[in-house]
Write a protein that binds this ligand. Structure first.
Ligand SMILES: NC(=O)c1ccc[n+]([C@@H]2O[C@H](COP(=O)([O-])OP(=O)(O)OC[C@H]3O[C@@H](n4cnc5c(N)ncnc54)[C@H](OP(=O)(O)O)[C@@H]3O)[C@@H](O)[C@H]2O)c1
Length: 142
């Protein structure tokens, strides 16, 4: 999917190569080699944001250059393993829920800033906004 600004309205485009019976791929791979179509894909998407599934993103060795890749996944660890920063608001309460932030090793992250906010008339719970950065190898061994 590629997006364009067009007279203040964002244009949302789908981009795909499909066989006559709408096959896109097989066994996590493409089922054809069409270099001129790859060039067309590159021309159309360069400078844009492209949204793709986690499996398609994993197919490439590295993110496609000159584009911003947005990857959808249901696996929180997938993003956690690749993130350099975490902006985490820790709500100081133990609550019932059915969606969870992934457990992560806090010793691998250094806190750049933390800002506590009291519970008050407008805020149900007290909370702390943390900005954390992944430690580099040297920092981790300390
Ligand atoms: N011909 C073409 O134009 C073209 C283009 C791209 C890819 N392909 C081919 O297509 C195949 C890959 O396609 P695919 O459909 O198997 O995989 P995909 O769409 O690349 O990735 C599927 C993954 O996306 C995540 N996902 C899907 N829906 C989601 C949602 N609503 N919310 C959050 N995450 C969501 C899930 O990741 P998690 O499992 O991590 O939760 C899911 O397993 C390959 O064969 C590839 O070569 C062809």
């Amino acid at each position: 999917m590629a997006t364009n600004e067009n007279h203040n309205r964002m244009l949302i485009s789908l981009i795909a190569a499909a066989s006559e019976n709408n096959v896109l791929g097989k066994d996590q791979d493409m089922v054809w080699h069409l270099p001129d179509d790859f060039k067309f894909f590159k021309r159309q998407t360069e400078g844009h944001h492209i949204i793709m599934g986690r499996k398609t993103f994993s197919y490439f060795d590295k993110p496609l250059p000159n584009r911003t890749s947005i990857v959808v996944t249901r696996n929180g660890h997938y993003s956690l393993d690749r993130a350099d920063r975490i902006y985490l608001t820790r709500v100081h309460a133990t609550l019932e829920g059915d969606a969870f932030f992934p457990a992560f090793n806090e010793s691998k992250w250094k806190i750049l800033s933390e800002k506590y906010h009291e519970k008050d008339q407008k805020h149900d719970y007290p909370f702390t906004i943390y900005i954390m950065e992944r430690k580099n190898d040297r920092e981790e061994s300390n």
